[in-house]
Design a protein around this ligand. Structure first.
Ligand code: ATP
Length: 382
């Protein structure tokens, strides 16, 4: 995890570093020639009023003891999950002062305790926390606080009570309703478009369904802003390089160069996952079908064939026009040539259109979202 900061002209595609550490999945780049090569509408994301860059960061500095208190000493029962860089615990803080509070009172937060062995470039910890703590958008999980004490590194995030898109798509027996799938991807597209539309462009880099978290209203927020500049390969060449990143764009795997459009590729793969209900890569599938995109790409452009790749569990919840349009936008996002991929604002427009055209499906053939939404992933019930 980590952030790679580099400076370049924003003419797209934007060349980045050739570091391939998983560590620098979230990259910021400053535009020296701010709008060159961008469609005007691309700036809408940063200027539509929904997101902003705060004057100063509100990210609170916690002591390790504070966060021990907030999480009942990192009680195993409170563990929300474990990622490649550490564990995430449920915790509680005072909603006004953000001071740690006793379990069950105040505001719930997610406390990420990073495994410091994976963190190698700590000099910029404070500055990166400051930069990312200033980004505010309804579709980004808010970074509320951080702690750095000896080997302990922690980040405190807004709590997302419905877990991740990955939990809903792949961990549950009940199929995730189509309307929610599209709503969530629209929210995620807004979050990414905001990052890409900033004058100091942010490339997220490891977009995938476990990074899309869901709030109580099924609004999506992109998580992990703030896991920043912690462990670039430059700082520590021994860091394991994860060459076969399942969601990584081909140009990144081939050259190590990262572009704004590399995020669009990852987004396209998640679109394919919400269409099919299948993981983007599964070695257990029969030969030739392990990579979802390689297997299904020929069907995405065919009006007749695309219907057949849709998740059987959501049959009847979308029109065939929706399936066709989804096939088209997925194909376009996953174009091998990054220049041919759309900007996130364009993807957002298409998804909003798809959401509108699906209104023709009578609600009687759709599942009762209210009853679905009463359930949360098991580990989120407390
Ligand atoms: N803000 C949050 N609110 C609620 N749950 C969260 C929050 N952040 C993370 N989680 C949960 O904690 C678990 C681990 O998250 P984490 O970000 O560490 O890992 P990941 O995204 O699965 O993988 P990695 O960081 O290795 O790429 C996930 O299952 C996620 O659902």
């Amino acid at each position: 995890m980590g952030l790679c900061v580099s400076y370049f002209s924003s003419s797209s595609p934007s060349k980045m570093t050739n570091n391939r550490s998983r560590a620098d999945f979230l990259s910021t780049t400053e535009t020296t020639n701010s709008n060159v090569g961008r469609p005007n509408q691309f700036l809408r994301a940063a200027s539509d009023g929904s997101g902003q860059i705060l004057e100063s960061t509100n990210v609170k500095l916690y002591s390790f003891l504070d966060l021990k208190t907030a999480t009942m000493n990192f009680k195993p029962d409170l563990m929300l999950g474990q990622g490649g860089f550490g564990e995430v615990y449920r915790g509680w803080i005072d909603a006004k002062t953000l001071a740690p509070s006793i379990a069950g009172s105040g505001m719930t937060v997610a406390v990420k305790r990073l495994n410091s062995e994976n963190v190698h470039d700590l000099e910029d910890w404070q500055s990166v926390v400051n930069v990312l703590g200033r980004l505010s958008h309804p579709n980004l999980v808010k970074l509320l606080g951080h702690c750095r004490e000896g080997k302990e590194l922690l980040l405190v995030y807004e709590f997302m009570p419905k877990g991740s898109l990955s939990d809903h798509l792949f961990q549950r027996t009940e199929p995730f309703p189509w309307d929610l799938r599209i709503k969530i991807m629209i929210g995620a597209a807004r979050g990414l478009a905001f990052l890409h539309g900033l004058q100091r462009t942010v490339i997220y880099r490891e977009f995938n369904p476990s990074k899309i978290l869901i709030d109580s209203n099924y609004e999506a927020k992109i998580s992990d802003l703030g896991q920043a500049k912690l462990g670039s390969l430059q700082a520590n060449p021994q860091v394991t390089v994860r060459i076969m990143d399942k969601y990584a764009a081909p140009e990144y795997l081939a050259t190590g160069h990262l572009y704004v459009k590399s995020d669009v590729y990852g987004f396209g793969l998640v679109l394919l996952e919400i269409m099919t209900g299948l993981r983007v890569y599964d070695p257990k599938r029969p030969e030739g079908q392990e990579s979802l995109l390689n297997w299904l790409r020929p069907k995405l452009s065919s009006k007749d064939k695309v219907k057949h790749i849709m998740d059987k569990g959501i049959k009847g919840q979308y029109s065939s026009k929706v399936a066709t349009e989804m096939g088209r936008i997925t194909l376009s996002c996953t174009e091998p040539d990054p220049k041919k991929r759309p900007h996130m604002m364009e993807v957002l427009d298409v998804l909003e259109h798809i959401q509108r055209i699906n209104l023709v499906i009578p609600s009687s053939s759709k599942p009762d979202i209210a009853s679905y939404s009463h359930s949360s992933p098991r580990h989120y019930q407390y």
